[in-house]
Design a protein around this ligand. Structure first.
Ligand code: MOS
Length: 729
């Protein structure tokens, strides 16, 4: 296979031929733009649209949609389809600054934009909260507010007693900022009615939710909604559900009798889709004099919106990162006046593990142990929460191999001991990461023809992570055919029922379904279950022009009918990380070097070594790219990214790419990626676990621990800024 084929859409991407949702320009296309609220919370008293209506080319200015015409999509974590339950434009309530108050549709983007900017409104303001400690913020205990077993407080043993008795104790508070995803492709859609069928082109991770959710909102049959999303220009959780712009867009298209396109502006994406919420964590770790962990108490306050409870899952990972027998978790939600926060790459794990792995580093320092040795000494083969074995857990091997590749043995453990000739402080840090091994149901459809081409349709979305490549390589390897003979359709509700692609379950969901369908295809072709085949001859021998095969798979132990029903309804239907008889996580170890320049205090990350255990590596080129992307994001999350608020105004202040700095090329140096590549023997027959999110978990802790090693100061509030270093010297 040539190098180009190792990422099947590489050529189309770099030559610009790949089509994204908003690239679609059907005949008669009109353009939409939103005007947004400038109050932090309150009621809309009046909206003045006169000036907007007078802009040449403007056809519609919608300020209110009857809730009978457009219902709530429901909250995706509350039985619905939306990233939030609140549907703007259907009432006079302003839930947060930046929510839409009018939708303008015009012949051109220029006219729509100009008109939207001319819309003004008056408000009856109400007190609001955008920070955890604001008087109007409302703190509730998650286990009481949402009584679901998966959201209950994790408790094993007696953590409080064990902590009190532990000879070595760490008690620290960590602060995680709000952050936004900032994918290259803005949130955008083209909505188009063909008779009574609504066709939506949109970059999404969840075409099934858009299909079924729009049907609910508009009161139509889901069979009359088609969602087409073959390529997504980055999702990262921002595009994981039905966005509130699509319903109004569909109504505008129907009223106008024309297809309508809407591309949110970058600042609007900061207010009209989910984000990583603010978090505050208190971590107490108790250990013996050798660094053996005896107790952990992990308490979290996480921001949510006023209208939805975005469930927190920080302790799912912190309770089983190590074999700690005594663990007590407690998760609280803080209601604030923002859009509902949500899942942003490694949503809880990134910041949860930052706290835990920083505290573990403090245990290593307090006990005089090597940070690598402490991590190896606390490894476990059994899940301490359930007592079940892990299906596979090669985190110790990740640590050992990473230490070797990084040259960890050359580290002087003394903080501030390693320096360059010009006085630059050098720090080396390590951290591990884990991410739950989730699985969702999927239906895979194969069609092989006499030309030797095989078409595959399955649940999944290609957001740059490489799912199309992974599926192509699986089919090509299985049948012994060229990857060019495989055509993969994902993200298209017309071809196969579409489930949310998120939570790193894409590969471990789509591949087992395609694997099962391949077995069925071989049976229908009268071929042995394994080994290379002459597909053209086998299809020809049946006398039919093509042979179809289909298979349905789901998570182990999952009730089949219920799971498939939810898949067909576009509802989340995943299971894991606990399965009958075992528990599955993916793992990684990161080693980071930082250099802190002595006069400017600028922190640079010249090299990172990352070794991942994601089961069998299904697609080597895209897998390595996933890990590099996770490390790059980890560098940004540690040193740059923070969505700022002003408590006087609400909304997010730095909502452009100029003011929300993400890691850029100049920030990125050597990233050395390796894989254990051991198939997981239990999770699925293909042996794959997830990778997309575990890649980022622990990066911030490795960098933070390296900054401590370089400077002798522990920073527990992300991001770590130059001024923080300056103030510490
Ligand atoms: Mo991912 S943050 O679960 O889309």
């Amino acid at each position: 296979m040539s190098t180009a084929q190792q990422r099947v859409d590489a050529r189309d991407k770099v030559t610009g031929t790949l089509r994204y949702g908003a690239d679609r320009a059907p005949d008669g296309l009109a353009y939409a733009a939103f005007a947004v609220a400038t109050a932090g919370r309150g009621r809309v008293i009046s909206v003045d649209t006169d000036a907007a209506q007078k802009v040449p080319g403007v056809h519609l200015v919608i300020t209110r949609i009857d809730p009978e015409e457009l219902g709530s999509p429901g909250f995706i974590m509350g039985g619905g389809y939306g990233f939030q339950s609140f549907q703007p434009l259907t009432g006079d309530h302003v839930a947060y600054r930046g929510q839409p108050i009018a939708l303008v549709v015009a012949d051109t983007l220029l006219a729509a934009t100009e008109a939207a900017e001319l819309v003004t409104a008056t408000y009856k303001p109400e007190p609001f909260a955008v920070t955890l400690d604001a008087p109007a913020a409302d703190t509730i205990v998650q286990s009481q507010a949402i009584p679901l077993p998966m959201l209950a407080d994790t408790v094993t043993g007696d953590a409080d007693a064990a902590f009190a008795a532990a000879p070595v104790q760490i008690d620290a508070e960590f602060h995680g900022p709000a952050q936004h995803q900032v994918p290259m492709e803005l949130i955008s859609s083209v909505a188009e009615w063909r008779g009574d069928t609504l066709v939506v082109h949109e970059g999404t991770q969840n075409s099934g939710a858009i299909q079924n959710g729009l049907a609910v909102q508009l009161g139509i049959d889901p069979g009359h909604v088609e969602v087409i999303s073959p390529s997504v220009g980055g999702g990262f959780g921002q595009k994981n559900s039905l966005q509130p712009h699509i319903g109004p867009l569909a109504i505008a298209a129907r009223r106008l009798g024309r297809p309508v396109k809407l591309v949110l502006t970058r600042p609007q994406t900061f207010h009209q889709s989910s984000f990583r919420p603010v978090s505050r964590q208190r971590v107490r770790l108790g250990a013996d004099a050798t660094g053996r962990l005896l107790a952990a108490i992990h308490e979290i306050d996480q921001q949510t919106s006023r209208h939805d409870l975005f469930p927190a899952l920080y302790t799912e990972v912190s309770s089983r990162l190590y074999g700690i027998g005594n663990f007590r978790g407690r998760q609280r939600l803080v209601r604030t006046d923002v859009q509902t926060p949500g899942y942003m790459r490694a949503p809880f794990e990134h910041i949860s593990v930052y706290a835990i792995e920083s505290a573990v580093d403090e245990i290593a320092c307090a006990t005089g142990q090597d940070p690598v040795a402490v991590r190896l000494a606390n490894d476990t083969a059994r899940d301490p929460v359930t007592g079940l074995p892990f299906s596979s857990r090669h985190v110790a091997e990740c640590v050992r191999r990473g230490a070797e590749r990084f040259g960890w043995a050359g580290r002087n453990p003394e903080p501030r001991s390693m320096r360059d000739g010009d006085g630059t402080l050098i720090g080396w840090g390590v951290a591990i990461g884990a991410y739950p091994g989730n699985t969702a149901p999927a239906i895979a459809k194969l069609s092989a023809d006499t030309a030797g081409t095989i078409r595959v349709a399955v649940a999944g979305h290609e957001m740059g992570q490489g799912i199309r490549t992974a599926i192509t390589l699986l089919v090509a390897d299985d049948l012994g055919i060229q990857p060019t003979a495989v055509q993969v359709s994902v993200g298209d509700t017309r071809r196969a029922p579409q489930h949310l692609t998120a939570g790193s379950w894409g590969t471990a969901t789509a591949l087992p379904a395609v694997h099962a369908a391949l077995r069925e295809l071989r049976t229908q072709l009268g071929l042995p279950q394994t080994g290379p085949v002459d597909l053209r001859a086998a299809v020809a021998a049946t006398g039919a022009p093509r042979v179809d095969a289909e298979a349905t798979t789901m998570a182990q132990g999952q009730p089949a009918q219920a799971a498939v029903d939810r898949l067909r309804k576009g509802l989340p239907a995943m299971a894991g990380p606990e399965y009958p008889g075992f528990v599955t996580f993916s793992y990684i170890a990161h080693f980071a070097e930082v250099r802190v320049e002595p006069t400017t205090c600028r922190i640079r990350v010249p090299r990172v070594v990352s070794v991942a255990d994601c089961g069998r590596v299904a697609s080597p080129v895209t897998a390595a790219s996933q890990v590099r992307g996770g490390v790059i994001w980890g560098i940004g999350a540690t040193l740059r990214e923070q969505s700022l608020v002003d408590a006087r105004y609400g909304g997010f202040l730095n909502s452009t790419m100029e003011e929300y700095p993400i890691a850029v090329n100049a920030d990125i140096h050597q990233i050395d990626v390796d894989f254990i590549d051991e198939p997981d023997p239990l999770l699925n027959p293909v042996g794959v676990k997830g990778l997309g999110e575990v890649a980022m978990v622990g990066v911030s802790a490795a960098i933070g621990n390296a900054v401590y090693h370089a400077t002798g100061t522990r920073f527990r509030c992300l991001p770590i800024h130059i001024e923080d270093i300056l103030a510490s010297l």
